[in-house]
Ligand binder design. Structure first.
Ligand code: ATP
Length: 788
């Protein structure tokens, strides 16, 4: 429904926008603070706390992105910041409660909103309007039961091209997202949602909303956003500043723990699992406790500037030590020093002056060091790993002989040469928190991709939180790595403090088009049987394609397809298992393509090479997934492949070496291209076999397509069928072509299908003749292919 899309309406709105921008600029310029009566308490507080909250709108910003008119006739313009002209509010902030109605009102529950208008703008210039009359929309929806309503503004936003940095969604936040992001601050909010349901977007907009709503108790510097890796942090870094929230700390879990250590070591999942396990907290504590020794003889403390010593009885010091064991290690050590000085003072009763000045501090330090050594966290962990005796003693019931063997690592010559691993960082952090109390506590922590956290990382986050106020978002179906899990329960149990827990689910998939998700969804029963698939809201512009190519041609095909997308201006992600990288990078270089290795910490603007694991959270206009079977065979392979297949906003191409097409997804593709391997000479080496009587020409039911690779031993018809059909008829409706039907039916093909037949007929003919001496006419082979 259009409530005024004509030129006059746009002009009237433009006048309003121009006036509001003038007012805003004047306010920023003069900073007079006279905002008169302002809509909400939060707005008033924002004004009181100064102009910092009223982020000046940039040159490329509009004063508003939406307008809503209530049933009583009141109208609100909604934008990124409040604009008020003395007594009149011109634009309300999207974070206010009033504005929430814009997002939450729906045809089913209009919330007294009569109609809404979304503005398309370039800078502050209005280019078009989209109006929604809620009552009219309700009628439409009633006629289309079961359909998800997606308005034009959302569709435009979802189908727009990506460029490697995430954008805000403030114009099109959906009702369920809006509700979740406005959850009370002092909550442990856990948001589960399938790929592309907007978890990251919701988490970031929640951060922005919290900063506005709780501006008295939450400063940007007290809010931390933690992502899974540096590339992800780069990907999201512009959203909060774009919303006007400049000083929020955004980091990755590794960076949060890293301090100034260099992570150079790698380790197996087994060792990472061991180091990240909750039991290691006890091992770390016990190992520190082991470093504290009782004296075996009297302590001799030298007097300052004197050769004489004061002797303290070992029993006295032992008593002190035992009473201080419960303290933080570093604090206990300081207190022991104080006690020793006090004992010295008591021994010197009658000597005038401060005991601390009478005893030699170096002597106290050196005696204490023998009993309670001064240790940094890194030094302690290094020495723990470097000694099987220490590991055995600290490990207690938690570590068996093989775990100790796995953890043991001879100390490097210098501490800076130590091959620290990612999992070590959690242990060092744990040790540091046993040595001294933490100084940095956060009012609120947002964690993205939280489903993969190790217990050690969970503890590290928990101790950085002031009272448990956190937002965790993630997807159990995408949980991979050493701590892949099937539910949120252990994370919630490990991280919760005083704040109540609120679990929410996002149910609508915005990123991935229906045709693409149909393929990924095949993996869900295997990846996460208890997780419900999201409801997808839009269709693809093009069908996903499966390319079946000879092993030797995989990298070249990847480069060709990536180059094709890039030439069309698409932002491309090539998601390939690590073992394919050398060949692919050589093929990229061969075609002189510009590409970026995402493992270097960021994404480039055209083609990006990413592993399935590190593609988590990212998205591209076009995704090329390479060697799906290899991905599937990795640990948590079904989840990794699910992740890889759900990174696209539009195009998906899967490139599989022939014979390595996972049956689980193979059937789901409607478009399959088999690329010829032209060197049929290869086949000359293959021993000729008798034609298989079971593959007796076209009188039999044919369910094959073609095979593009000779292998040794020679493939049987069943092999060919398995390679091409994944063991099942494919596609089902067109799989059973008989001789009879060949004679009678005339098949209409579109251009794409004709091309496919043309490309494959010659090859199939040669293969059938070469392997099985079947003398067939090309016409017949073409007809078979047409029916497939
Ligand atoms: N309400 C919305 N309006 C416009 N775009 C949206 C909306 N919600 C989500 N999107 C877009 O959908 C895409 C996916 O969102 P996001 O990355 O937040 O999903 P996610 O659930 O974190 O996905 P994943 O699990 O794959 O990391 C993004 O491009 C995001 O901008």
């Amino acid at each position: 429904m259009a409530v005024g899309k004509n030129v006059e309406d746009i002009q009237l709105e433009q006048d309003y926008f121009d006036n509001a921008m003038d007012v805003h600029r004047a306010k920023i310029e003069h900073r007079d603070g006279s905002y008169g009566s302002v809509a909400t308490a939060a707005d008033r507080r924002a004004l009181k706390t100064g102009y910092d909250k009223l982020t000046p709108l940039g040159e490329d910003s509009a004063v508003a992105f939406a307008r809503m008119t209530l049933e009583d006739g009141r109208t609100h313009y909604i934008g990124n910041t409040l604009i008020s002209d003395n007594q009149e509010i011109l634009v309300i902030n999207w974070r206010t409660r009033v504005a929430s109605r814009y997002y939450e009102s729906s045809p089913e529950d209009p919330m007294s909103v009569s109609w809404k208008r979304a503005f398309d703008t370039r800078g502050n210039r209005i280019e078009s309007l989209q109006d929604t009359l809620l009552a009219e929309l309700r009628e439409k929806i009633e006629k289309l039961p079961g359909k998800v309503h997606v308005d034009d503004a959302l569709l435009n936003s979802l189908s727009s091209s990506r460029d490697g940095t995430m954008r805000d969604i403030v114009r099109t936040i959906q009702a369920a997202q809006n509700k979740i992001l406005r959850t009370d601050k002092d909550t442990l909010l856990v948001v589960q949602g399938g790929p592309g349901t907007g978890k990251t977007a919701v988490a970031l907009h929640r951060a922005s909303w919290l900063l506005y709503q709780y501006q008295d108790s939450l400063r940007p510097e007290e809010l931390m956003v933690v992502g899974p890796n540096p590339a992800f942090t780069k990907y999201i870094k512009d959203v909060l500043p774009g919303l006007g929230d400049q000083h929020v700390v955004q980091t990755s879990i590794q960076q949060m723990l890293q301090r100034d250590l260099k992570v150079r070591g790698i380790e197996t999942d087994y060792v990472a699992r061991l180091k990240g396990s909750a039991e290691m907290a006890d091992v770390i504590a016990e190992g520190l406790n082991d470093r504290i020794k009782r004296p075996t003889g009297p302590l001799r403390i030298r007097r300052r500037n004197s050769a004489s010593t004061i002797n303290l009885l070992p029993e006295t010091v032992t008593e002190d030590i035992e009473s201080l064991r419960g303290e933080y290690y570093g604090i206990g050590r300081e207190k022991l020093k104080e006690r020793i000085i006090e004992h010295c003072a008591a021994e010197l009763a009658g000597v005038r002056g401060d005991a601390a000045l009478i005893v030699d501090p170096r002597s106290v330090d050196s005696e204490v060091n023998k009993l309670w050594p001064q240790l940094s966290a890194t030094q302690y962990v290094r020495e723990l790993f470097g000694s099987k005796i220490r590991l055995t003693s600290a490990g207690g019931k938690h570590l068996d002989a093989s775990s100790i063997e796995a953890l043991y690592r001879p100390v490097a010559e210098r501490i800076s040469d130590e091959p620290w691993t990612v999992a070590d960082l959690g242990l060092i952090d744990e040790a540091a928190s046993n040595i001294n109390p933490r100084q940095d506590e956060w009012e609120h922590i947002v964690v993205d991709e939280a489903q993969d956290l190790s217990p050690m990382q969970i503890f590290a986050l928990r101790r950085r939180s002031k009272n448990g106020s956190m937002t965790l978002v993630g997807d159990i179906a995408q949980s991979t790595g050493p701590f892949a899990r099937n539910s949120w329960s252990d994370i919630i149990d490990g991280i919760r403090m005083n704040a109540p827990v609120h679990e929410a689910t996002l149910e609508h998939g915005y990123r991935v088009p229906r045709e693409v998700y149909a393929i990924a969804q095949e993996l869900l029963p295997q990846a996460a049987p208890d997780i419900k698939a999201p409801t997808i809201v839009r269709e693809a512009q093009a069908e996903p394609e499966l390319f079946v190519v000879a092993h030797t041609q995989v990298a070249n095909e990847v480069a060709q397809v990536a180059s094709h997308h890039s030439a069309k201006g698409r932002f491309v992600g090539v998601i390939a298992p690590a073992e394919q990288w050398d060949a692919i990078t050589a093929a990229f270089d061969g075609l002189e393509l510009q590409w970026t290795d995402s493992s270097t910490g960021g994404l480039g603007r055209s083609i990006n090479l990413v592993t399935p694991e590190s593609s988590k959270g990212l998205e591209f206009d076009a995704v090329v997934v390479v060697a799906p079977q290899t991905i599937l065979e990795q640990d948590n392979g079904a989840r990794l492949l699910y992740i890889a297949l759900t990174r696209t906003t539009s195009r998906l191409d899967v490139i599989a070496p022939s014979g390595e097409i996972p049956a689980i997804i193979g059937d789901a593709f409607k478009h399959v291209t088999v690329i010829d391997e032209p060197e049929l000479e290869e086949y000359e080496d293959v021993e000729e076999t008798e034609p298989d009587p079971g593959f007796g020409g076209l009188d039999d039911e044919l369910t094959i397509t073609a095979s593009s690779r000779a292998s040794t031993p020679s493939p049987t018809p069943a092999d060919i069928q398995a390679q091409m059909n994944f063991g099942k008829p494919f596609p089902r409706s067109r799989s059973q072509a008989t001789n009879e039907s060949l004679e009678t039916e005339s098949i209409e093909l579109n251009k794409w299908e004709e091309d496919l037949v043309e490309r494959n007929a010659g090859y199939l003919l040669e293969t059938l003749q070469g392997f099985y001496q079947l003398r067939l006419q090309r016409r017949i082979v073409e007809e078979v292919l047409k029916r497939l």
